[in-house]
Design a protein around this ligand. Sequence first.
Ligand code: ATP
Length: 346
Amino acid sequence: MAEIQLRNLSKRWGSFVGVDNFDLTIADREFLVLLGPSGCGKTTTMRMIAGLEQATGGDILIGGKRVNDLDPKDRDVAMVFQSYALYPNLDVYENIRFPLKVRRIDPATHRDRVMRAAEMVELTDFLHRRPAELSGGQRQRVALARAIVRQPNVFLMDEPLSNLDAKLRVSTRAQIKNLSHELKVTTIYVTHDQIEAMTLADRVVVMNKGVVQQVGTPTDIYDRPANVFVAGFIGSPAMNLMEGEIRGGVFEGARVRVPGLSAPDGRAVLGFRAEDAGPGAGSEITAPIYTLELLGDSTMVTVRAGGALVSVKAPKDFRAEIGESFSAHVPASICHVFDAATGARR
Ligand code: ATP
């Protein structure tokens, strides 16, 4: 069992709070993704779990055992970083085998274990090449195999795909997902790429400025963002957000009027996703077109409504001119309402 419990885990440097009271139980075999903008505390959280950074508050339990004071090597976690850190003078076989030697694991088992790990990441044809003779994606797979070969209880992966080009990133991402399914090892994966988070995770933790904003399945986070930060971070494009006032269930803001909301009176932020709205009847928003983007399967129409740019998905054959007036249908049923002062979902 490798359930991981983080209890009020914190990291401070002087008065600066890197990670603030992170409290979460990660289930045995769960694939958890830490997602957030640069500097939000993802890597610091991971490094505390690995034992590379000392927590200044709280506890870390792996399989029920408190590990705060254990050395990294005694925590039974394997890490994969964005820089592969392979040994340039060793071939692929020896690179994969390295952790077994360091851990003084019975040499009679090495060949089997290396071959099995190499097979999983499809490297059996490259075992006698040195890292310099491999592509970026192949090197990344050596790093993965080196983590797999140890058969750890926990995988920690810190942006393992960020050095790969877009195409390789997609195929290696699929491979990681498949591997995690096959190996059934508790995995914590750090990324600032929301597509990676949404495609890989059982649950996503969205962080900002050291503070956990929301924990949930990818669907939860997409469909019911807990606050304005999550709404504005998840989705491509992110959710449209407009400031205004609700009176008697009617939201009014610059160039927008949405009736039929069940939300209390007061200042509010109204959100909706471009793909949930469309041109035409209802005309809850009428504003001049700021830009039009042809996306192949659809046309994204962006209008300027007061201070906000608001995007609405239109059919692919939709045509109009920049500056022309555009009306969008934004029914109350697709809207999310957030508190204007706290940003929290209402
Ligand atoms: P990125 O995606 O850019 O890697 P991150 O979310 O992983 O970002 P962290 O590396 O965890 O962010 O850093 C969190 C915050 O802690 C940042 O503001 C960073 O500047 C700060 N920080 C990290 N290490 C130290 C340190 N040794 N001393 C002081 N502040 C630090």
